[in-house]
Design a protein around this ligand. Sequence first.
Ligand SMILES: *Cc1c(COP(=O)(O)O)cnc(C)c1O
Length: 392
Amino acid sequence: MNAACLVKYKSLSLDSIDPRQRAWVEVFPSAIRDNTQFVKSLLEENCLLMAVVKADGYGHGAGTVAEAALEGGAANLGVATLQEALDLRKLGISCPILILGNLVNFKDLDACLNWDLIPTISSSREALFCQKIAESYEKKFNIHIKVDTGMTRLGCDISSLKSLINLIDTLENIELVGIYSHLALADGERHGQPEIITSLQKKRFNSLLSNFKPARQNLCRHLANSAGTFRDKALHYDMVRVGLALYGYKPFEDFADNCSLKPALAVRARITLIRDVPSHTGVSYGHDFITKRPSRLAVVGIGYADGINRALSGKISVLINGYFYPQVGSITMDQLVIDITENNDIRIGDVVTFLGEDKGSSITPYEWSQACGSIPWEILCSFKYRLPRVVI
Ligand SMILES: *Cc1c(COP(=O)(O)O)cnc(C)c1O
């Protein structure tokens, strides 16, 4: 870069610039703390709560979420990848962290031990790596075993669990501190197929646990995600692994009304231009929307490159000062259009709420997921780097 140019800008501070220029995500750590306390209140006293903060804390910022959840009573953290765990360690977070994904490289497991992270082991291959690594450092390697009770994803087969445990028992530097499985249909209805499969998974988990010698009873046994936690106390065991509920959403919509979860995020953007157009005007790419009356349209500075799924085009409403307005036409990469014909008082720079609360009204990821065939989990982790996270 031109040196003169650098000098010219160096004296300007970037610190005072408000990140709420165009579009942003607001994050409410107090909601995460309260939600953690609420979920804890559903658990027996000695049942631990693991806060699942993978995928950058479901898009909220992993560090922010981790701190708030630990404040609210979470005992430890769960992440999907080694890098996610290392990022938390870099922030100075020192609590136990379980890596829920499968680490397959020797080097990754080596880093795991060095940074005091707990890997999930599904096969003898990785168990042997762990032993070799721990032996070379003359350390103990704490691990959790994952067993597949019906999800058919990660985890060893029930039929090979015994031989995996027998192997681990011979590996002197490995300490088996946990055993877990994962539910496949816990967020389904409380009858029919979801109930049958969840019961079956519980039965299988109970049955394999009953094979443990009494000396193993201090093992941390865990099975439930948010849905399992809310569904049935018998799924809690020694710990529950909770993601979605900590972020403020019920894992199934029809859960009891006394559920006091608060959304921990809001997505907002500003109006960048207001246009008055005649009836029969085609709007945005493809002219998928044609005005049916003389209309006042507002352009908003947010698009699919920010995480507003293009499949939502023409299917969502937004909030301005507590009132709903329809989004119209195709959502484009950086902008979209809303119809504000009803209101003459809206101005350029006004804040538009896409998700979250605005003056007593609110929009949830459930509404979006129903509109575009997704699920709230995917909606939450779809917001991109271009939206600064503003911690409130
Ligand atoms: C993501 C994840 C969870 C958390 O699931 P929620 O439905 O968000 O509560 C729990 N356990 C495992 C293994 C996961 O991968």
